[in-house]
Design a binder for this molecule. Structure first.
Ligand code: HAM
Length: 437
């Protein structure tokens, strides 16, 4: 049987790899203006980092983890021995927990100082049922702002996210920005209890999953995709009615700053998001067409208890992550995907195989001069070489013939116009540079 990429993974072939690279460049440029520095944390961590960070009762931890076993650990398990915590490893389902772990481990939050701001890009792993826009290995770009409690920080992060999507090419009218407040340790427990009661009362109308969730993590029921459950839960108590004074004031101010920035958003009182670390502001960006049920291209929120969870001093924080595959699908659905081709600037063509050594040396010389360059290693007919040059999208062709070479010259053709000129070999680099400019 032929070997294939595992289910739920994709090979990033050059065009998509380049598109992802372009998204990362966009992030570098947009996030840089807001003071975010690039960070790279491990792709796998101790399982406890994720369990502690994301929460045992979430689907991400309870159902979707990929575990990592070294040979040594697997042998211990097979022999019925227990693994130590640093032998129990898992692939990261997201990067916020890893970044928080790193912030505490390296003592990165300056006491009383300005927040630290990081962004990252990389693969995440969740064992979900694959479908369009839902993979088991997918790619995120994310940003975390750690050390700021004020509502301006929430608004700044949300505005930066929307600026990023716009810079990536997604039209504003193709996106919905949803916001909510999840309250905090003060007001959420009582609300959670109310939702639990509501689910118990309505248990005959709700799916098994929702009824089960009522006991472990009742707010999770709001994520249920079952239409009947959604209808029933529409009458559930709303957290916005139960927020404590501080959370209500914080939420009001965040909304005020968003409005002042001219950013339109919708309040989504049922938006709870699938990770346990959120407190207060949560948000999600959905695209209105083309992605079906997997329409969230990004989301995030505040996590004021997370750093403490990892043993750090109480430190507020917030952030978001976007799904790169889903952004690509959204760009395609809206006809805004930029097709990128890595074209050489120059293609070298030989009249006969005798000129191959000169063509080879010239290609090296041009590349060393920072000009991208290709040649046909097989030195086929000139017609085939021109066809190939055309296919690669080269802007210029250098043609090496025996007579010109004997005179210390080459021919230079502009592919778009067909204009040709004879150039002295020793001024070729200069001439090409001028034309490319
Ligand atoms: P999340 O909502 O789980 O949040 O994921 C963020 C984005 O990653 C989603 O909106 C979606 O675009 C993409 N995504 C998630 N799962 C998949 C999948 N299976 N296949 C393809 N794309 C997917 C987080 O991960 C949080 N860490 C965000 C955050 C950062 N909150 C605070 N800071």
């Amino acid at each position: 049987m032929n070997l294939q990429a595992p289910r739920g993974t994709t090979d990033l072939l050059p065009e998509q790899a380049l598109a992802f690279n372009t998204l990362e460049q966009t992030a570098l440029s947009v996030f840089g203006r807001y003071g975010y520095a690039l960070i790279d944390v491990p792709t796998f961590e101790q399982l406890d980092v994720f369990v502690r960070g994301i929460g045992q009762s979430t689907d991400v931890i309870g159902k979707e983890m990929f575990f990592v076993y070294s040979m040594h650990a697997a042998e211990k398990l097979a022999a019925g021995e227990k693994l130590k915590s640093d032998e129990r490893l898992a692939l990261r389902p997201e990067a916020t927990a890893g970044v928080a772990r790193a912030v505490v481990e390296h003592n990165l939050v300056p006491p009383g100082g300005a927040p630290v701001k990081f962004w990252y890009a990389g693969s995440m792993f969740r064992h979900e049922r694959p479908q369009k826009g839902r993979l088991r290995e997918f790619h995120q770009i994310g940003a975390e702002c750690i050390g700021a409690a004020e509502p301006t920080a929430d608004a700044e992060v949300i505005i930066m996210l929307m600026r990023f999507f716009e810079a990536a090419g997604i039209p504003r009218q193709a996106m919905r920005l949803l916001v909510n407040s999840m309250g905090d340790a003060e007001c959420r427990p009582a609300y959670r209890e109310k939702v639990r009661e509501f689910i118990r009362d309505q248990s005959e109308l709700l799916c098994e999953d929702c009824v089960r969730r009522a006991e472990t993590n009742p707010l999770r029921a709001f994520d249920c995709k079952n239409e009947i459950c959604q209808k029933v839960l529409a009458d559930a108590p709303r957290l916005s009615d139960e927020l404590c004074d501080d959370c209500r004031e914080h939420y009001q101010q965040v909304k005020g700053y968003l409005t002042a920035a001219g950013l339109s958003f919708e309040e989504a009182p049922r938006l709870v998001r699938g990770l346990d670390y959120y407190t207060r502001t949560v948000f999600e960006v959905q695209v209105v067409n083309g992605l079906g049920s997997q329409n969230a291209i990004g989301g995030g929120g505040r996590y004021d208890g997370l750093i403490e969870e990892f043993g750090g001093k109480p430190t507020p924080g917030l952030g978001f992550a976007v799904g790169m595959e889903r952004i690509q699908l959204a760009l395609e659905a809206n006809g805004c995907a930029r097709t990128a081709q890595l074209s050489p600037q120059v293609f070298i063509i030989v009249v006969g195989a005798e000129q191959v050594p000169e063509a080879f040396a010239m290609a090296l010389m041009l590349r060393d001069a920072n000009i991208s360059c290709e040649l046909d290693h097989q030195a086929r007919s000139m017609k085939s070489q021109f066809k190939l040059a055309d296919k690669t999208g080269a802007l210029l062709c250098v043609i090496l013939g025996p007579d010109e070479l004997a005179r210390g010259e080459v021919k230079l053709r502009v592919m778009g116009t067909g204009d040709e000129q004879t150039v002295a070999s020793d001024t070729l680099t200069e001439t090409i540079r001028k034309i490319l400019l």
